[in-house]
Design a protein around this ligand. Structure first.
Ligand code: R5P
Length: 282
């Protein structure tokens, strides 16, 4: 078994290979003069683990090309972050069912798909091969333990993220709660006031995705007004679009961390061991 990866998942893929005691295949990535993506992989094994987050259109195409380059092997696909998963139905007439489009495209040429904290588990049903989802909630909990906070309050920014916050909190038997979020538009979020015992406490806001950071920036502002001592935030997928990381730090949040499902300089939690464990099991 060997591991192969797209350009944007190189570090995570290498860690997965290390955990599996195997190697990462060398791939040359270039472009044709007209901008089309090209790649050439060396030494394909009979059994390949293909690791690649879909973070943009190029990484999606690169992943499909990589699967095709491995077409003589049994391929398992690890999709640490799947962009388009949030468009998990037609919300309005005339819209695409984007998550289904991506899932169908990525089912070709692979025998199994492994995702990490996919935004909506229903999306797994759109793959035409068996698809399993892993959660990094416990790993985020382990990271929070390293902060040595005194009696932290683990907070989900909305009710939908409550189960995730509960799993994170179980790592330290901490209290957990959620705020009420109303999305006003694609980028604007309003947090409805809620009675929290955040006063004089360290709060850790946890979520699956930080995209614009609007959700958490609004929550942080509100919590500081309520007298929170300090606020930290941790997520699985650090999308950080439109300057989100800087925006969050500017609100006075002490630290913003994410996992390496999207490789960032603040990726201080790794999905590698959990992915390797799942690959060994199946
Ligand atoms: C929404 O359901 C997700 O769990 C996240 O809360 C959301 O994607 C975060 O978006 P943003 O960072 O743009 O507020």
């Amino acid at each position: 078994m060997k591991v192969i990866c797209t350009e944007k998942s190189q570090v995570l893929a290498t860690q997965v290979a290390k955990a599996l005691k195997t190697t990462v295949v060398d791939v040359k990535y270039t472009r044709f003069p007209d901008g089309e993506l090209y790649l050439q992989a060396a030494e394909i094994d009979d059994e390949m683990v293909i690791v690649g987050s879909v973070v943009d259109s190029d990484s999606l195409v690169q992943l499909m090309l990589l699967v095709d380059a491995c077409d003589r092997a049994t391929n398992r696909l690890v999709l640490p972050y799947m962009a388009y998963a949030r468009q998990d139905k037609r919300f309005k007439a005339g819209e695409p069912f984007s998550s289904r489009v991506v899932a169908r495209a990525l089912s070709q040429g692979v025998s199994e798909v492994i995702t990490v904290n996919i935004h909506e588990k229903e999306v797994l049903k759109s793959f035409s091969v068996p698809a399993h989802n892993l959660s990094l909630a416990k790993d985020i909990g382990s990271y929070i333990r390293t902060l040595h906070l005194d009696n932290p309050l683990i907070l989900a920014p909305d009710e939908g993220a409550m189960a995730f916050a509960e799993q994170v909190a179980s790592a330290g038997a901490w209290e957990y709660d959620h705020l009420k979020k109303t999305r006003l538009s694609g980028v604007d979020v309003r947090m409805a006031p809620r009675q929290l015992s955040a006063k004089s406490r360290s709060v850790v806001i946890v979520d699956d995705i930080i995209s614009t950071g609007g959700t958490i920036a609004t929550a942080a502002g509100m919590l500081y007004q309520q007298g929170a001592k300090d606020i930290y935030t941790a997520c699985v997928h650090g999308v950080f679009t439109g300057g989100a990381y800087a925006r969050l730090m500017a609100t006075g949040i002490r630290d913003v961390v994410c996992s390496d499902t999207i490789e960032r300089s603040c990726s201080r939690i790794s999905a590698a061991d959990r992915i390797a464990h799942a690959l060994r099991k199946n």
